[in-house]
Design a protein around this ligand. Structure first.
Ligand code: MN
Ligand code: MN
Ligand code: MN
Length: 290
């Protein structure tokens, strides 16, 4: 593939504005030390960190894309859609994200009520999750369970309390894929199906998801994600080609302590896959300078 003017790209990252541990400016500073040339900040269902990240990128000479990782539901499967190059202030997209954040907060309270029924102090666990983030995820609840001594690690918190069929399980109710993609397109953005290899779907179901994502206006699949096996990458590349989707690349970086999701360090896109950067029209003459 032709990487265009950018050799090192990271189009999937998280800051403290969702469940990452680095503030946006600190994330950008780390990206600079890794020689990242094009960066997108894609916090879960919020663009709250984008202004800070854009300013830091400007200072350090990194091209920046406004982004967000949208939480959606495909059947019973939670899937994520990375929105790139969005108009951050778009009212439709912001309304969509606010709805998801409200659903997320409501889910934390419903989980907490179930944990109370199971004999735990649900209220203080919920308070713990909201203390870690204004947009808490189940990971924040797991951290609260851990802090209260109810689990030995994050995985155990899910296995014992939060996972499917466990006492604190509440089924998610996110907007569907078509609605989510429409919100991205309405904001002038490019919709990328995030980490397709991580969904627990059969090959047939994954093909069906890709077909529906493409039909809804989706443009790309994440084909090169940090920590992806060569086998998974080959499967994702095949899917991208089959459905004429471009390939995107990113680390899904959350914190410096997780070496398997290293900011800006992962395999290049396979040759046969078009880069999403071409789709974004990113060339020396096209990159928007702000
Ligand atoms: Mn996350
Ligand atoms: Mn994700
Ligand atoms: Mn992510």
């Amino acid at each position: 593939m032709d990487p265009g003017p950018f050799e090192r790209i990271d189009l999937h990252t998280h800051s403290t504005c969702s469940d990452g541990t680095l503030a946006p400016a600190a994330l950008v500073a780390l990206a600079a030390t890794r020689q990242v040339q094009l960066l997108a900040l894609t916090d879960h269902d919020t663009t709250a960190g984008c202004a800070e990240a854009r300013a830091a990128c400007h200072t350090l000479g990194i091209e920046f894309l406004e982004g967000m990782e949208l939480t959606a539901l495909w059947g019973e499967c939670e899937v994520h859609i990375v929105a790139l190059a969005i108009r951050r202030e778009d009212p439709g997209l912001q309304q969509h994200a606010a709805t998801v954040r409200a659903l997320r907060a409501e889910r934390v309270h419903r989980i907490a009520a179930r944990l109370t029924e199971a004999g735990l102090d649900g209220e203080s666990l919920a308070a713990g999750a909201f203390g870690l983030s204004t947009v808490p995820t189940r990971t924040h609840l797991a951290r609260a369970l851990l802090a209260a001594g109810h689990a030995k690690d994050l995985q155990a918190a899910f296995d014992q309390w939060l996972g499917r069929a466990r006492p604190g399980y509440v089924a998610p109710e996110w907007p569907d894929v078509a609605t989510s993609v429409a919100a991205v397109l309405g904001a002038g953005g490019t919709a990328v199906l995030a980490h397709p290899h991580r969904y627990k779907l059969s090959n047939t179901a994954l093909r069906e998801l890709c077909a529906q994502f493409k039909a809804a206006g989706g443009a790309a699949l994440e084909v090169s994600i940090a920590g992806m096996s060569p086998d998974s990458q080959a499967r994702m590349a095949q899917l991208a080609r089959r459905f004429d989707l471009a390939g995107s690349i990113g680390s899904d970086f959350h914190e410096p302590g997780l070496p398997w999701r290293p900011l800006g360090r992962f395999a290049k896109l396979p040759e046969a896959v078009r880069s999403v950067t071409a789709r974004l029209g990113l060339g020396p003459a096209n990159v928007e300078k702000q």
